[in-house]
Design a binder for this molecule. Structure first.
Ligand SMILES: NC(=O)c1ccc[n+]([C@@H]2O[C@H](COP(=O)([O-])OP(=O)(O)OC[C@H]3O[C@@H](n4cnc5c(N)ncnc54)[C@H](OP(=O)(O)O)[C@@H]3O)[C@@H](O)[C@H]2O)c1
Length: 273
């Protein structure tokens, strides 16, 4: 029997592309999402099922796993993909907005891993792949809150890499750069900056750069990330980190080989700040 991939946030972007990619490769796929009743592109068949899972509603996780096990009898790879991005200066974000960023991008993944680990431990095998970001290894202006949620995920996942290996469980991180998905649209929570006019000129410069086709033309595709996830799921190694995208590799190369001070000065120059 072919292995089984379980994905969170499969309604869109990287999650959907990965569901389609693994399905095309013959795997069995559990595509979980907040509103499976609205899904149009992913068609259920004997190798693909849709299940409801909202990482903010812990009570939806165990039933989703139960449905997957009833359909396929096992889960081999768990892909923690669901997430969104907070944007804006920290002080413009309310406590609720900042806590929610961590609730979805960090604590939500803990809740999922808590539920899937007993299954992996009982089988003495399994792979967890966490979608972080190049923004989990370095920051961009105005993305400090989002980046800190991914930095937290990096630290946790690196720690789990040690702790779960003796139990036969692989733990991996995929670090995409800019990817053409709904992330910058529907999945962006822009803080209300109306009470913080002192950031306006600075923010305008940053937004102009983010919207500049010279910047976005280098973005990768969700299908490209799906291929990197495939490599992470199937290469049989204990490699922890997989960079996904030309810009992610460039940013990381700059930071690694030239040092963080130089790399951060380059970011300032790029944004004109
Ligand atoms: N695009 C990029 O440039 C980029 C770069 C680096 C990392 N990433 C990471 O890649 C992952 C996927 O993002 P994407 O680019 O594919 O964006 P996307 O197309 O907007 O997809 C985000 C997915 O997360 C789901 N989601 C959001 N909150 C959720 C929750 N509480 N419970 C369950 N699912 C939830 C969304 O579901 P709904 O349809 O229900 O909203 C959607 O399926 C994220 O973790 C993101 O941080 C993206």
């Amino acid at each position: 029997m072919k292995p089984v991939l379980f994905i969170t946030g499969a309604s869109s972007g990287i999650g959907k592309a990965t569901a389609l990619y693994f399905h095309q490769q013959g795997w069995r796929v559990v595509a979980s999402m907040r509103n499976p009743q609205n899904e149009k592109d992913l068609k259920q068949d004997e190798r693909l099922i849709l299940v409801k899972l909202d990482v903010e509603q812990k009570e939806t996780i165990a039933p989703a796993i139960q449905k997957a096990l009833e359909a396929f009898g096992q889960i081999d790879v768990w892909l923690n993909n669901a997430g969104y991005g907070a944007y804006g200066p920290m002080e413009a974000g309310t406590d609720e907005e900042i806590r929610r960023q961590f609730e979805v991008n960090f604590f939500g993944l803990i809740s999922c891993m808590r539920e899937i680990l007993p299954h992996f431990k009982s089988r003495k095998t399994g792979t967890i792949i966490n979608i972080s970001s190049i923004g989990g290894l370095m920051t961009l202006p105005m993305f400090g809150v989002y980046n800190s949620s991914k930095f937290a995920l990096e630290g946790l996942t690196e720690g789990l890499w040690y702790d779960l290996q003796p139990l036969g469980i692989k733990v991996k991180l995929v670090e995409p750069g800019g990817i053409k998905t709904d992330f910058a649209g529907r999945s962006m929570n822009e803080f209300d900056q109306s009470k913080f006019p002192e950031y306006k000129a600075y923010n305008d410069k940053i937004l102009a750069r983010f919207k500049d086709p010279k910047y976005t033309q280098n973005f990768g595709t969700p299908e490209m990330v799906a291929e990197v996830i495939w490599q992470a799921a199937t290469d049989g190694t204990n490699t922890l980190r997989y960079l996904a995208g030309k810009d992610a590799k460039q940013f990381w190369g700059l930071r690694r080989w030239m040092g963080y001070k130089f790399q951060m000065e380059q970011v300032k120059k790029y944004f004109g700040i």
